[in-house]
Design a protein around this ligand. Structure first.
Ligand SMILES: C[S@@+](CC[C@H](N)C(=O)[O-])C[C@H]1O[C@@H](n2cnc3c(N)ncnc32)[C@H](O)[C@@H]1O
Length: 327
């Protein structure tokens, strides 16, 4: 069965969800997503029975209003999407711009759903005045209402009565977390720079964010952070301080779209960071890669899935033993 994903969203972690979920502890109280977006990790956690209670937050208010409709009023939003989607037939482009104007005037969640389903690359883009200004993808009608219906119903079933929704700055959400929760953070820009930088509804101040991470460590609160990424030649995102004591793991995120367009075989890798409190709660020996073999190698500084060739691993090991011998 396919993972449901009702909100099309550029930067969604849906395709990486199963790789990220491998690092979840067996038990925790709530999964908290302070930068929820399309909440791919929460949906996947509910789908694979990894979590049973959730906090979803995003600074984008209409997006959280949309989440509320999807989870708590699924039949209404399904009907509204159906009507809007059918309304475009025969006059697609002009209709899109009309919906976009209506959304900017009213902030109604059904308009946002249609815009995301139909706009270029499902990319939320806001101008300086906070108006949604992304253009339509003229080659597509946007997700078919039948597929949308199935995804909405499934997600509503998975999340109903299990979610607290908020629309505020991430820092207030971190204040709610305790050592029994698990936080998954996917803040804007850093990890997504690979795709050219997105213009989400909000942003973060790097230094404040780092201070928040130190504070989570101090309170022994487990977290996973998606933060940076790289293609074979280029790294995106600012380095995190060593003092945070995070374990960096690289995940193969597949072929880079840009490289594919240029007919080059280039892969992109996204990094996730595990906090020290999380590391204490997981049994690293149980973590398996795609082929089912053990994936955690304590002798390597960075643990990678499908990442390093045997040669690269050997090089790192040799370098490490050289350093050891020099001491
Ligand atoms: C990279 S996206 C998250 C994508 C998400 N993991 C998914 O699977 O769809 C980052 C999100 O953070 C939100 N955001 C930006 N600044 C924020 C802030 N200061 N506090 C809370 N959310 C914020 C954006 O609106 C955006 O939806």
């Amino acid at each position: 069965m396919k993972l449901p994903h009702p909100i099309p969203y550029q930067g969604s972690k849906r395709n990486l969800a199963d790789q990220i979920l491998r690092y979840f502890p067996d038990e925790f109280y709530r999964l908290i997503e302070p930068f929820a977006g399309s909440a791919a990790i929460s949906v996947a956690s509910a789908f694979y029975c990894k979590a049973n209670r959730f906090i979803l937050n995003d600074v984008n208010q209409p997006l959280i209003a949309l989440w509320n409709e999807i989870i708590n009023n699924p039949t209404q939003i399904i009907k509204k999407y159906y009507d809007i989607w059918n309304g475009q037939i025969g006059n697609e482009e002009e209709f899109y711009y009309r919906v976009r104007t209506k959304f900017n005037e009213t902030k109604q969640p059904e308009y946002l759903l249609f815009l995301l389903a139909k706009c270029v690359k499902a990319a939320v883009r806001y101008n300086a005045l906070g108006a949604f200004n992304q253009s339509p993808d003229k080659r597509r009608l946007g997700r078919n209402p039948q597929t949308m219906r199935n995804d909405i119903l499934q997600v509503s079933q998975l999340l109903k009565n299990k979610v607290e929704l908020y629309s505020t700055d991430y820092s207030s959400i971190l204040d709610k977390a305790t050592e029994y929760d698990l936080i998954y953070m996917d803040p804007p820009y850093q990890g997504t720079g690979i795709n050219g930088g997105f213009n989400y509804a909000g942003s973060i101040d790097f230094d404040d964010f780092i201070i928040s991470l130190y504070s989570l460590n101090k309170k022994d609160i487990p977290f996973i952070l998606s933060f940076d990424g790289r293609t074979e030649n280029k790294t995106y995102g600012r380095p995190l301080p060593d003092g945070l004591n995070l374990t960096r793991i690289e995940i193969n995120a597949g072929r880079s779209t840009q490289a594919t367009l240029l007919n080059r075989k280039e892969y992109t890798y996204e990094a996730i960071y595990l906090s020290p409190a999380l590391l204490k709660k997981i049994d690293t020996k149980k973590i398996k890669n795609d082929t089912g073999s053990p994936a955690w190698d304590d002798t390597l500084l960075t643990v990678g899935f499908n990442l390093r060739s045997k040669n690269q691993k050997l090089k790192i090991k040799n370098q490490k033993s050289k350093i050891k011998n020099q001491k």
